[in-house]
Design a binder for this molecule. Sequence first.
Ligand code: EPZ
Length: 417
Amino acid sequence: MDKFVIRGGTPLRGEIPTNGAKNSALPALAACLLTEEPVTLHRIPKVRDIATMVQLLHAIGVRIDKKAGPLRIQAQSIANPEAPYDLVKTMRASSLVLGPLVARTGRARVSLPGGCAIGARPINYHLAGLERLGAHIHQEAGYVEARAPEGLRGAAFTFDRVSVTGTEDLIMAAVLAKGETLLENAAREPEVSDLVELLIKMGASIEGAGTSRILIRGVDRLHGAEHAVIPDRIEAGTFLIAGAITGGDLVVTHCEPAHQAALISKLREAGAEVTNAGPGALRVRSDGLKSVDVITEEYPGFATDLQAQFMALMTRAQGIALITETIFENRFMHAPELMRMGANIRLEGRQAIVAGPSPLSGAAVLASDLRASASLVLGALVATGETVIDRVYHIDRGYEKIEEKLARAGADIRRVH
Ligand code: EPZ
């Protein structure tokens, strides 16, 4: 199993480019199931979760040409509308094929995702929404079977709480349904709007993307299209925090500054300088940080996927920071590992109290999930001595060659096989 070996202390300088968004690419790949025509997707990051989704689409019978650059995907016929446990257990976003498969074939058999390091993460809203659209849902042997032999019917559905993939799954179910579907309390994440942009290019009729009220008018069929996914705001945010925590001068390029508003305001509140550095580029500099409180929220609030990285930052800030995690019930797995490096953190339920600045020292630490591992990399970049991070396969799920990007900006980081 790969490890990262990091020697801290070097301020990051120069430029780091951002890739296309993993959490946009995943629903975009699932959307290809909605048409028999080819769809070409650009800027798809080469990360493990994408490889898993490609494997799943292959298993379903989809043809994928992976020449250099864009992916060309064609679901001419769907031989096997099923998402097996072996794939779903490694990536719960596999449940994104549920809606498109039922909409296209009238049937889907998808393994239930089971537990996850950061929380229970059930898919009950996805199932309740499909039922509202007329699907018959049956659960057996760890699988959910959804059937709509006559096709889905448009309906109104309100989410009890905002769900990103829940919204995406039901939008994809509704685009081929008979009549109109109104989704209320829908997710407003940029990745949802990006999916809608692709679906409209494929011939769908959708209004309200980016708001909590989305109206979908079903159409008889969708056609092929070409689309470039948006930049990865979580990857870009991770690098902005890397620049701030190391006291460097870093430009993050190929990003969408408008998607970083919540993070930028917190970085500035902590005393970092964040400025525009040309189209699609943000410059971060910092020279001493002060503690600020953060509450994670649905977009446009502060992203839960940046909470762990921000906690690492707060270990180096002057004062007491209160970090409240409202989205997932178990998303502080990085805290004990940061404490092993010398951080002063107290956990109380969904709150973490971080006292700083704490001098961090290198140690052997264990990654537990994707964003927790990014937080450990950030801590290691400012720790004295050497840190060894085990199980970096977690980070490979969502960051493409992060060690090479950081090394180009001056970090002393290497991957050990
Ligand atoms: C998406 O997960 C992202 N994944 C997550 O990013 C991200 O953390 C999350 O949204 C929140 O922003 C992808 O887009 C592939 P939710 P998702 O449904 O859609 C509860 C990363 O690091 N809920 O918005 O699975 C749920 O348990 C990943 O890239 C139900 O109870 O999250 C959670 O507490 C991690 N029932 C809350 O809602 C449901 O049916 C929000 O979850 C659905 C969700």
